[in-house]
Design a protein around this ligand. Structure first.
Ligand code: FAD
Length: 155
C-alpha cells in the first residue's frame, strides 16, 4: 500500500486539534500542533500522544518528562497553524503555567501530565501521560478532517 492511501484514509477520522507544550530544564518552552491524542485510562487517569521521530518535540519531552495537551477552540486556529509551522502568528505567543508546565490560556481544556511511560512504535513515539491537573474553558472546538480545519457548532 502506498503512503498516500494510508494518509488519506487516516485523514477521514475527524478529530479535534491540540497543541502540546513542554518546558525543558533550561527554561526552553516548546509547542507543537498534534491531533494524535486520546484518553487511555480513568483509574489511573492516563492519556496518550504520538510524536514523529523527526519532530523537535520528541527530545524536549524526553528531557522534561512533562507535557500539557491544550485542546483548541475554533478561535485558536491561528495558534494551531503557528505551532504546526504553517503560518507565523502576528502577536507573541503567551504561555500560562500550571505546576510549572506551560499551557495555552483560553483552550477548551489543558491537560497537564507527567510522562508515565513511552513506547517507540515505528517512526513515532507514544507518550503515556499521567494527568496531574486540568484547566477548562468554554468555547467551540477547532476540528480537523481530510487535511482541513473546520468548526463544530455546538447547539
Ligand atoms: P518546530 O517545527 O520546531 O516548531 C513548530 C512551530 O512552533 C514553529 O513555527 C516554532 O517557531 C513554533 N514554536 C515552538 N515553540 C515556540 C515557543 N516557545 N514560542 C513561539 N513559537 C514556538 N505531528 C506529530 O508528530 N504528531 C501529531 O499528532 C501531529 N498532528 C498534527 C495535526 C495537525 C492538524 C497538524 C497541522 C500537524 C500535526 N503534526 C503532528 C505535525 C506537526 O505539528 C509539525 O510537523 C510540527 O512542525 C513539528 O513540530 P516540531 O516539534 O518539530 O516543532
Amino acid at each position: 500500500m502506498d503512503d498516500r492511501t494510508f494518509r488519506n484514509a487516516m485523514g477521514r477520522f475527524a478529530t479535534g486539534v491540540t497543541v502540546i507544550t513542554t518546558k525543558t530544564n533550561d527554561d526552553d518552552i516548546h509547542g507543537m500542533t498534534a491531533n494524535a491524542f486520546m484518553s487511555v485510562s480513568l483509574d489511573p487517569k492516563l492519556v496518550t500522544i504520538s510524536i514523529d521521530h523527526r519532530a523537535n518535540m520528541l527530545e524536549k519531552i524526553n528531557e522534561s518528562e512533562q507535557f500539557s495537551v491544550n485542546i483548541l477552540t475554533y478561535e485558536q486556529k491561528e495558534v494551531s497553524m503557528h505551532f504546526a509551522g504553517q503560518k507565523e502568528m502576528e502577536e507573541e505567543v503567551k504561555f500560562e503555567f500550571v505546576q510549572g508546565v506551560p499551557i495555552i490560556g483560553g483552550s477548551l481544556a489543558s491537560v497537564v501530565c507527567d510522562v508515565h511511560t513511552s513506547y517507540e512504535v515505528g517512526d513515532h513515539t507514544l507518550f503515556i501521560g499521567e494527568v496531574k491537573d486540568i484547566i477548562m474553558n468554554d468555547g467551540e472546538p477547532l476540528t480537523f478532517y481530510s487535511g482541513k480545519y473546520g468548526k463544530n457548532k455546538i447547539d
